[in-house]
Design a protein around this ligand. Structure first.
Ligand SMILES: Nc1ncnc2c1ncn2[C@@H]1O[C@H](COP(=O)(O)OP(=O)(O)OP(=O)(O)O)[C@@H](O)[C@H]1O
Ligand SMILES: [Mg+2]
Length: 224
């Protein structure tokens, strides 16, 4: 499903070159739920952006379902993303002038779905957003915005879900709803990579990628 081979990302900055990602290799099968952990600045978001076909690596190879999205022309790469990948950004990136319902429905513009309102409604109920449908993001709490971002990422039924701290702003009850959903998503054959700092969030995942200074330093099964 997902194969990362020697992914490296360098950024140039006024003080020199920053190596945000160093030679990261791993693979994930359909149905696998991986957590990514490590201190701030270790390269977690950079890794997610590269895996999400959003940021080209400086070197290394990525394959998603056997295809390297960076070998596609920009338009084909966007289509590839729209069809296969769901992404929950650390900063959410909701469209500020669209309502909750419209934000969740936005991906249906890229991929026709047989019953967009029905599918949106199921996600809305699952994530307890039914009383917020007409609100714009600025009228939502951070945790509500986070759940809208997740519903939007799941709307088009991606094969691969990349979630950067999807429970970071949630109370324990909502965190559990989200984690259970992600575990179900993996159970039904999806692949999930989730950045998290929460020990119990990592407990839902089958494997943990521990990162340090841009490198994956260990891959462990969660404790307990
Ligand atoms: N566009 C950029 N230009 C220059 N440096 C960058 C850029 N994006 C990230 N970096 C640097 O790369 C390193 C990794 O950043 P990244 O955002 O991937 O960390 P992170 O593990 O997600 O951190 P956090 O837990 O705080 O979200 C950091 O040192 C960061 O300053
Ligand atoms: Mg980050």
């Amino acid at each position: 499903m997902l194969e990362a081979d020697g992914l490296t990302k360098e950024f140039s900055s006024p003080t020199g070159t920053v190596t945000a990602l160093r030679n990261v290799s791993f693979s994930a099968e359909p149905g696998e739920f991986l957590a990514v952990r490590g201190p701030s600045g270790c390269g977690k978001t950079t890794l997610m952006m590269i895996l999400g076909a959003l940021q080209r690596p400086t070197s290394g190879k990525l394959r998603i379902e056997g295809q390297d999205p960076y070998q596609l022309a920009p338009e084909a790469r966007s289509r590839f993303r729209a069809e296969r990948i769901g992404f929950v950004f650390q900063e959410f990136y909701l469209v500020p002038y669209l309502s909750v319902l419209e934000n969740i429905l936005a991906p249906s513009l890229a991929k026709a779905h047989p019953d967009p309102p029905g599918r949106a409604r199921a996600l809305i109920e699952r994530f307890h957003l039914q009383d917020r449908l007409t609100h714009v993001p600025s009228a939502l709490s951070t945790g509500e915005r986070q759940r809208v971002a997740l519903a939007r990422a799941l709307f088009h039924q991606p094969k691969l879900l990349l979630a950067d701290e999807p429970t970071g702003n949630l109370d324990p009850e909502n965190a559990e709803i989200v984690l259970t959903y992600l575990a179900d998503f993996a159970h039904s054959g999806g692949t999930v990579l989730m950045v998290t700092h929460h020990a119990d969030a990592a407990g839902y995942a089958k494997h943990i990628l521990e990162m340090e200074q841009g490198a994956v330093v260990s891959t462990a099964a969660p404790q307990g």
